[in-house]
Design a protein. Structure first.
Ligand code: NAD
Length: 474
């Protein structure tokens, strides 16, 4: 989160720096490139809300970075530090993120200056509904216009309030639920959205670990997560799920950094249990045999194979980049590494899996949720039983021709049809794998050494095609 305006500016400068560098490899006309870089619209609003008998003026913002495809898409963050440049940087990243994973949306981002931890649920609901109403008034939200999602400080509860407000004010709109994603399943959400970003981070890391050529100078061997030492910053939505799925696949979570401090155990921490401990005690500290680290930022400098910054931007900067000993930095958060820091990390042979690829799982599954809302039918509803019936016929035919019988358990496994969660995870996995190899291909074709530049370039070229197709540019 931008601690002050300088932090927000630094973040936007970093994103522009990344863009400019990638654009220098592009074949596109400079006018098209300038259009792709520019923020298309910024809407700022102030509104009064009664809090504990007093009127407070709340500030909100919505930035739509690109309208090259509609709707635009991007989360809403709640924090007192919300800053225009920061939101612009995040909206810009969303445009390129969507393009990297072939999600047909423009990029956007929103923010509200409110502390979600110290505000009552009643206040949060009032503020959320009013912010949504302000966007509705200006036609800045809607299934074909701009579709928010959760981000730092917001979750499915806030998305449910937004959907409800939208439907109340746009009564009878068939696709109304598609005005926002990340909703609870009972209110038009999709199974698998909550963990999607973290699961996508895991798929991306798994893909990189299988890429011997990428890792050849890192000393990382084995091609899998088994025994890899991992440090995670942020045990929120992204960090928790990324750590959980990596651990499930054999990764060793040796450090977790949170706002109140960090914990370190070279023998591995149980992510679910640490999460429970934090919920029960209000802090991550004093967990079993783990060592407390007062300044949690220092935990990022510990020796490990994979560092997953999954909390907020500008965490690895010119000041601490040279001290980072991780072999891979997997950007769960948006913008955790500044442009200046990246140069130092790359010079030290560290592999960076960039945010615009690695944390795109959230928007990918948001896209699936939006599709579900437009079609008004749960994925798998039409085909699951038909699929199962044909698998059963196949298994029966194999049994009778081979004379061998399968156990009931084997049969059940072989004849399962695809339900929503299976389809969502399969779509997410396929997306993360395809995007990974697309980026690697760009690296090879253009002789680019780092994944971020290649990911930006891949996105820029895809967006450029949609402008060129309009025929209004030379
Ligand atoms: P969240 O609010 O669920 O979690 C953030 C966590 O970081 C919290 O546990 C918080 O206590 C912790 N934190 C805050 N300051 C910290 C500090 N100084 N040191 C260590 N930990 C700190 O938010 P989230 O949704 O997990 O988002 C985290 C990051 O991932 C953000 O950059 C967000 O933009 C990005 N992201 C989120 C999604 C998503 O689907 N939620 C998708 C893509 C990118």
């Amino acid at each position: 989160m931008a601690q002050n305006h300088n932090e927000g500016k630094k973040f936007l400068d970093s994103v522009h720096q990344y863009f400019d560098h990638a654009a220098s490899y592009s074949r596109l006309d400079s006018g098209i490139l300038a259009q792709i870089k520019a923020c298309n619209s910024v809407y700022k609003v102030s509104f009064p809300v009664e809090v504990d008998g007093k009127i407070e003026v709340i500030e909100g913002i919505r930035v739509q970075h690109s309208h090259h495809k509609l709707p635009s898409k991007g989360g809403i963050r709640y924090s007192l530090q919300v800053d225009e440049d920061e939101v612009k940087a995040l909206a810009t990243l969303m445009t390129f993120k969507c393009a990297v994973v072939d999600v047909p949306f423009g990029g956007a981002k929103g923010g509200v200056k409110i502390n979600p931890r110290t505000s009552s649920v009643k206040t949060l609901e009032k503020v959320t509904r009013r912010y949504a109403a302000e966007l509705i008034k200006k036609n800045l939200i809607g299934p074909g216009m701009d579709v928010p999602a959760p981000d730092y400080g917001t979750g499915s509860r806030e998305m449910a309030w937004i959907a409800d407000t939208y439907q109340a004010l746009k009564y009878g709109e068939t696709n109304g639920l598609g005005c926002v994603t990340g909703k609870p399943v009972g209110q038009g959400g999709i199974r698998g959205r909550a963990e999607a970003t973290g699961l996508g981070v895991y798929y991306g890391i798994r893909e990189a670990l299988g890429d011997t050529e990428l890792l050849k100078n890192t000393g990382i061997t084995g091609n899998t997560l088994q025994g890899k030492r991992i440090i995670v910053q942020g045990l929120g939505n992204v960090g928790y799920h990324a750590a959980y799925f990596c651990q499930q696949d054999g990764g060793l979570i040796i450090g977790i950094a949170e706002r109140e401090g960090g914990i370190y155990d070279p023998n591995g921490l149980d992510v679910q249990d640490v999460f429970k401990h934090r919920n029960e005690t209000g802090s991550i500290l004093n967990y079993k045999n783990a060592k407390n680290i007062e300044n949690s930022l220092l935990l990022l400098e510990e020796e490990c194979d994979i560092l997953i910054p999954a909390a907020l931007e500008n965490q690895i900067t010119q000041e601490n980049a040279a001290n980072i000993k991780a072999k891979i930095i997997a950007e769960g958060a948006n913008g955790p590494v500044t442009g200046d820091a990246e140069k130092i990390l790359l010079a030290n042979g560290i592999i960076l899996l960039p945010d615009l690829y690695l944390n795109a799982g959230g928007v990918t599954v948001s896209y699936f949720e939006w599709l579900k809302n437009l079609s008004n039918v749960r994925f798998g509803r039409m085909g699951k039983r038909a699929e199962e019936a044909s698998y059963k016929r196949l298994v029966n035919a194999i049994e009778s021709s081979s004379g061998k019988s399968l156990t009931a358990q084997e049969k059940a496994l072989l004849t399962q049809g695809s339900d929503e969660i299976k389809m969502v995870r399969s779509g997410l996995e396929d997306t993360m794998i395809n995007a990974y190899h697309e980026i690697r291909e760009v690296m090879k074709q253009k002789g680019i050494a780092d994944m971020r530049t290649a990911a930006f370039l891949s996105a820029i070229e895809k967006i450029g095609v949609s402008y060129e197709a309009l025929g209004i540019f030379p």
